[in-house]
Design a protein around this ligand. Sequence first.
Ligand SMILES: [Zn+2]
Length: 134
Amino acid sequence: MDLMTGLTAANQALGLVKQLRDLERAAGDAVFRDQIVKLQEALFDARSSLLDAKEALQEKDAQIAELGKAIDELNSGELCPACRNGKLKKIAGKKPRSQGMARAGIQEWTMRCDNDGCAHEETKLHDPNRFLEK
Ligand SMILES: [Zn+2]
């Protein structure tokens, strides 16, 4: 069941309450009791559906938080792509071969994973003035 099922069940319960108010004066005891049972069932369905929906939303919130964390790590470029556990740290920097890149302040950095069990190294262009994005 989902949120819409819960809302539908709640609406049905509210409709039954209205019917009960009308029947209270006019109908006999058996019809009245039957409507009370139906109302109770509808309310139990509504509560169950809403609890299911609440649980599903909590799961979605947890997934969204997890994905947000993963996106942050990927965007930071700090997470080691090999072991996905360590962080990449700069161990050396030098001017790039291209004179134009060097003039733009771009450097070629050698990065090494700080995880002891991982020997991953890579070079990347450090572009503090975001010249390459223009
Ligand atoms: Zn690593």
